[in-house]
Write a protein that binds this ligand. Structure first.
Ligand code: 5GP
Length: 206
């Protein structure tokens, strides 16, 4: 019907389990491509350049902004994060749905520039559970955890700009719900205008 892939933005509080959900979805369903962002944040232990992120200096990031290489970017807890344009457009043209795991300012920019993008927000069942997961992950200092929880309170204000909310209670169910929502987006009339136009002209020609 429509060969072009769609843009899927997945946001959620730091510690909501987005990364785990997305990884599981990519393993189970094969028509998705995950965009790799550029960031000025330092790699965490186990992270590799070009796999989790392209880790770049502030100077390089600012150069990427100037050269128009990013389709969106934002500052998050003292670092820049942004989505490189080329990979995203290439994958969509190849018919893949491209997943952007990005925070809320970037999500809103994507919605502005690509109104047909699907915006999903992932949250744990409660604020207590969020804190428990962030502490349990053990990758950040308490200071950074507090900054991230503070940021979560701000982000909660923006959830109503998203299309759907996913409560990450049980991972398998959440992965399937995510996949179903993306598939449903393909069936939207507004995503199928080329097909509709073609059908109209074929019907007139009969
Ligand atoms: P982390 O440091 O935990 O990897 O990511 C911090 C936040 O930055 C997360 O909410 C993540 O979704 C967001 N993020 C990662 N890449 C991008 C990006 O390219 N653009 C924007 N706007 N946010 C991003």
């Amino acid at each position: 019907m429509n060969d072009q892939g769609i843009l899927v933005v997945i946001s959620g509080f730091s510690g909501a389990g987005k990364g785990t959900l997305i990884k599981a979805m990519l393993e189970r369903h094969h028509n998705y491509a995950l965009s790799i962002s550029a960031t000025t944040r330092k790699p965490r232990e186990g992270e590799e350049d070009g796999r989790e992120y392209f880790f770049v200096t502030r100077e390089r990031f600012e150069q990427m902004i100037e050269e128009g290489q990013l389709i969106e970017y934002a500052q998050y807890v003292n670092n820049y994060y942004g989505t490189p344009r080329q990979y995203v457009f290439q994958q969509m043209a190849d018919g893949k749905d491209v997943i952007l795991e990005i925070e809320i300012q970037g999500a809103l920019k994507i919605k502005e520039r690509f109104p047909e993008a699907l915006l999903l927000f992932v949250t744990p069942p409660s604020a207590d559970e969020l804190k428990r997961r962030l502490v349990g992950r053990g990758t950040e200092t308490m200071d950074v955890i507090h900054q991230r929880l503070h940021r979560a309170a701000d982000e909660a204000e923006g959830i109503t700009s998203y299309d759907y909310i996913l409560i990450n209670d049980e991972i398998d169910a959440c992965v399937e719900a995510m996949h179903q929502l993306i598939q449903a987006q393909h069936r939207k009339v507004s995503s199928s205008l080329d097909f509709i136009e073609q059908m109209r002209s074929e019907l007139k020609a009969i």
